[in-house]
Write a protein that binds this ligand. Sequence first.
Ligand code: NAD
Length: 441
Amino acid sequence: MLSIARKILKSDEQFFILTKICFGILFSYMESNPFENVLKQLNQVKEIIKIEEDVHTCFLGPQRFLEVSIPVKMDNGKVKVFKGFRSQYNDARGPYKGGIRFHPDVSRDEVKALSAWMTWKTAVVNIPLGGAKGGVIANPKEMSDRELEHLSRGYIRAIYKFLGPTIDIPAPDVYTDPRIMGWMMDEYEKLEGAHAPGVITGKPLSLGGSQVREYATAQGAFYALEEGAKKLGLNKNATVGIQGFGNAGKFIARLLEEAGYKITVISDSKGKAVDCKGLDIGKVEEYKTEKGSVQGYENVDEINGIKCLHQDVDILIPAALENSIDEEEAKKIQAKMIVELANGPITPEADKILKEKNVLVIPDILANAGGVTVSYFEQVQNAYGYYWEEEEILDKLKKTMVNAFNEIWKKKEKYNTTLRMGAYALAIERVAKAMKDRGWV
Ligand code: NAD
């Protein structure tokens, strides 16, 4: 192609500019391609633990990748065809497990990457499940309830043969919720001709959902945070900053306030609420419900010369989107600990800076694994047809998170590395062991 361009373009300068643009596009694609990041992370882990070549080869792509077209008759009478994906990355440790995302930016590589991260997440918390992820390119905010229901049912019909409580168990993710899980479960059961609530988790309580599931992600992160705080000798006087005040951010704010921590700053996509004396979370929630954002709530960002913005707090909790902490941000951060409630909130470059600054980062594959852990409890309850009280689930979740934290801490110490690399090492060793024991490698 370049040789054709060479002939068409008249001057060397034009040719040089075109080549630069082409390579620029290629490199920026590679940099932003999430599955490339998965592969890079694997190479990093290879520097600290031995991953056999055959095992590594199996991790170069998902075991199965489904791409489906879902026709939906829209309210205007016309049929629109939606593109859907399901990536089943690895099921050596148990049935595939992972959420379904409905979002306009869903892509094949994003779904593949998320399915790999689910595999590591279930392995870190040591629940007997593998990793998968699903996605549909759609914008639910622009769809009616009827259209959304038809899309949800259509997606399940398209991938039905590859789902099941012992095969692959979806759950909610970005822009999908318990109501959608209810429709999906119903569609699966109609096709199966039998009740099978364990086919999907994150269901409404009326359909076999679990207590705690609604706030499980934040609760799990809270237990991990408390373990990290113990290691660093941080007490309840520690100041906390939260980036993002959606599902995850709201619940962790409530839990931390209840436990006595001082949350001085909370931001959302439009602005921030700051109070160096500590925010009243109930009031911030009320304000956000009324105004649609935390912007303008309080703005006391300095007291007796001491600042209390995100870069100043002792514990920082990113709970918004990917890549929210970049190199510039990392340089300013004074926090002793960062708890990754969001998936992938720290860019690899920022991660290096935080390592040099000796900031303890509790990685996403542990910090937000409370959600999938309680999903697993939901499945167990569905299998037994017997449901546990909230207290019992909290107790089991705490044990799971504390054990996982301690195990990755041991790996961190053993390999003299970060907690993130400790978590990857633990997860990959567990998946590789299951693959070996099955005789795959
Ligand atoms: P959400 O959509 O409910 O909330 C996201 C929040 O981030 C919103 O308050 C939004 O205003 C805010 N935000 C967006 N851009 C921002 C910016 N530039 N600065 C500050 N805030 C910004 O989403 P959620 O369910 O709370 O998920 C948040 C993160 O946690 C995601 O990375 C998600 O993958 C991860 N996560 C969530 C769960 C869960 O159970 N909700 C489970 C595992 C992981």
